[in-house]
Write a protein that binds this ligand. Structure first.
Ligand SMILES: C[S@@+](CC[C@H](N)C(=O)[O-])C[C@H]1O[C@@H](n2cnc3c(N)ncnc32)[C@H](O)[C@@H]1O
Length: 343
């Protein structure tokens, strides 16, 4: 090549990269599905070794690794070898803060079907899921995509692993005898709270398919089973549990009417003075706006829901008849909205 080169403006590159960002999502999903993060050990491995370990075409695998290294997922040793980075280690299932299932969940086949309909969802303000699949998202998942539902449960558990200790450090449950974790997934947060507060009893309410696969400590024979109750149910219909503290973590992400219904259902079951704590990452309080706003759009597409602003969430809690008593950060990205059930 010869002659002067004209630099492509940064804005052109940024917009092109944005338009092709599905390739990054696909690459990170492929790495996880191929088992590449497990195949790369503590010392750099050659492409040939990796291709043989994961059963891939070497030339194509080099291209995948090249794409991933451009995102900082794996490092190119420059001599035909590839090594782990902090990001690629998080894709290992055995990593301390693994987010492998978060990555798989965010890139499940159903997400690829939804994104092209974003303009339609923005026009209507409604989920496109029922018109595409003839049923609501969670019903569809449990009835027709049980493997995807399992990925979802594991993803939620991995997300909670990142914050459960901070939540237990943060929540002062002195004086409380009972806590109900509403839509608490497999119960990692509840188990952490019960371990931290030896006198506390807890109820885990979630959909039947989810409470059927609880955290091992809460299930039959588990170390906390004597203080735990597993309650299959639908919190949008009823929350049939009396507790001193009701916890809603990363669940009030439906349309506003459903969010208010869930909170009202808790208030209806509670005695005056019971605490209702909502833990969320916010679209106006997150240092990770690209992540939070992406989640916000995905929630619009799949359940017609949203991530909240701090003001918006507090307003919904008040609309449900709760008395707000404060908002505090739990860590760099989660906030706890504290309220009580009035007399
Ligand atoms: C985003 S996850 C959050 C799980 C958990 N609170 C956490 O932070 O790890 C949402 C949870 O809500 C549950 N869920 C969805 N709709 C529900 C409903 N109507 N009643 C009870 N649980 C529901 C799902 O099964 C899932 O476990």
């Amino acid at each position: 090549m010869s002659g002067a080169t004209t630099a492509v403006p940064g804005s052109v590159m940024r917009l092109r990269e944005l338009a092709h960002s599905a390739a990054g999502a696909a690459a990170v999903r492929a790495a996880a599905l191929l088992g590449l993060p497990e195949a790369v050990g503590e010392t750099p491995a050659s492409a040939a070794e990796l291709a043989s370990a994961v059963g891939a075409d070497e030339g194509a695998l080099v291209r995948l690794l090249r794409a991933l290294t451009a995102y900082g997922v794996f490092a190119d040793g420059g001599d035909g070898t590839f090594a782990h980075t902090a990001e690629s280690r998080l894709l290992r299932e055995d990593a301390e803060h693994s987010i492998k299932y978060n990555v798989l969940w965010a890139t499940e086949p159903w997400t690829w079907e939804l994104w092209p309909h974003l303009d339609e969802a923005v026009r209507t303000g409604k989920s496109v899921f029922p018109s595409l699949h003839g049923e609501e998202f969670f019903a569809h998942l449990h009835a027709r995509a049980p493997q995807s539902a399992e990925v979802f449960d594991k993803a939620m558990t991995q997300s909670s692993q990142l914050s459960a200790r901070a939540i237990a450090d943060h929540l002062d449950l002195t004086g409380a005898d009972s806590v109900a974790d509403i839509a608490g997934g497999q119960g990692l947060v509840l188990a952490t709270l019960l371990e931290r507060n030896p006198g506390l009893h807890g109820t885990l309410l979630d959909l039947p398919e989810v409470v059927a696969r609880p955290d091992a400590r809460l299930g039959e024979g588990g170390s906390l089973a004597a203080r735990a109750r597993l309650l299959p149910g639908d919190c949008l219909r009823e929350i049939p549990v009396a507790a001193d503290v009701y916890l809603f973590k990363n669940i009030l992400e439906w349309d506003d009417a459903s969010t208010v219904t869930a909170l009202r259902n808790a208030a209806a079951a509670a005695s005056p003075g019971a605490r209702v704590l909502v833990i969320e990452n916010l679209v106006d309080g997150s240092p990770e706006m690209r992540f939070t706003t992406a989640m916000d759009l995905l929630l619009l597409l799949n359940v017609g829901g949203k991530k909240h602003t701090g003001e918006g969430l507090a307003a919904l809690m008040e609309r449900a008849g709760l008395r707000m008593s404060g908002v505090r950060p739990v860590n760099s990205y989660l906030h706890v909205f504290e309220s009580t059930v009035p007399d």
